[in-house]
Design a protein around this ligand. Structure first.
Ligand SMILES: [Zn+2]
Ligand SMILES: [Zn+2]
Length: 339
């Protein structure tokens, strides 16, 4: 057995590096050592790769994935047709460092009767190829860590100063004429950004801006005929203008739902400036709608710079409210059952 060892220090979060390593469709964009790769990176899955090393014929391989620990470890193994001759267990290990970066260990364990004969070539050319891949991975990860991101027009120019919520405002859709109008006779609360795939987002923004108002305070004031529910299967029924597509409000019809009684609105449609957004919800969801996972470190850093703590559901405050709502509903079911 022989162990080929390489390593590199990367100034990007392990998840940023991982998301590049795991996104094999984009290897041709940066990886000269493995410029061709097909398959699926799931444990027991098979890949078809082309390994390119200096001074060595290009080597097609069909490794099997042995181990995946998200953001920490990827391991695959390939054999020559006669597995007793040569096998290579290729190992990527990402170790988080205290400063938010990581240390990549990129190794390969070679076994079989041919290893000693081949070792002089592997130890020079294999090592050079892996070190080239490490440098390219580092460059790509460190660039992904700092990509500019458009969060939402309400915050893209910087931190929004604190301002008190105004009682009463009118929301208007974006049609040039015949606008849908919704009046709100209350202040908006819990103003936040939302990355979910259902909330209405301005063009080019990664996030929606969303707040809530008591439903008894909301009234459709003009062109109710232009409103249509976007997706009736959702618990929050979002009412959108059929002319411009803007969502005017989202309402929960189920009296048992934790958000029954409040309507969701997009404060940028209001004629009054809303209080500053306070957090970002469903941040990881933007990956599902197309943001590269490798850009998430940039997104989260930018949100924190804007004073918007990134959460992957709602804020802890709202999650505690939702959790207790479940307890409340269970108690009420028990009482009804016992009666
Ligand atoms: Zn409209
Ligand atoms: Zn949302």
């Amino acid at each position: 057995m022989r162990l080929l060892e390489t390593d590199i220090r990367i100034d990007a979060a392990p998840q940023t590096v991982w998301s590049i390593l795991d996104d094999i469709d984009r290897y041709p964009e940066w990886n000269e050592t493995v410029p061709q790769i097909e398959g699926r990176t799931t444990v027991d899955g098979t890949l078809r790769i082309l390994l390119v090393q200096p001074e060595t014929p290009d080597l097609p391989l069909e490794p099997t994935i042995l181990r995946i620990v998200g953001a920490r470890e990827l391991r695959w193994i390939s054999y020559t047709p006669d597995p007793t001759l040569l096998s290579g267990e290729h190992i990527f290990i990402l170790e988080p460092t205290d400063d938010g970066g990581c240390h990549l260990r990129h190794n390969e364990i070679f076994r079989g009767s041919l290893v000693d004969t081949m070792w002089p070539g592997i130890s020079i050319n294999g090592k050079a190829a892996y070190e080239r891949m490490n440098r390219a991975l580092k460059a790509r990860a460190e660039a992904a860590r700092d990509v500019p991101v458009a969060i939402h027009p309400s915050v893209d120019r910087g931190v929004v100063p604190h301002r008190p919520a105004v009682d009463g405002s009118t929301l208007r859709c974006l049609c040039p004429t015949d606008r849908v109008e919704v009046r709100i006779a209350a202040a908006v609360s819990h103003n936040h950004l939302c990355g979910c795939s259902k909330c209405w987002k301005p063009a080019g923004s990664l996030f929606a801006q969303t707040a809530v108002v008591p439903k008894d305070a909301l009234e459709i004031a003009a062109r109710a005929d232009k409103l249509q529910v976007v997706d009736a299967a959702q618990a929050i029924r979002r009412h959108a203008c059929t002319g411009c597509g803007a969502h005017l409000f989202g309402r929960v019809d189920d009296p048992d739902h934790h958000f029954y009684g409040v309507d969701f609105v997009h404060p940028e449609l209001a004629d009054q400036p809303p209080p500053a957004p306070r957090f970002a919800a469903f941040v990881s969801s933007i990956v599902e709608t197309g943001t590269p996972a490798s850009h998430m470190q940039s997104v989260r850093t930018r949100l924190r710079t804007l004073g918007l703590e990134p959460y992957d559901v709602f804020s802890p405050e709202l999650m505690d409210v939702i959790a207790y709502h479940k307890v409340k509903m269970a108690r009420s079911t028990e009482r009804t059952g016992a009666a």
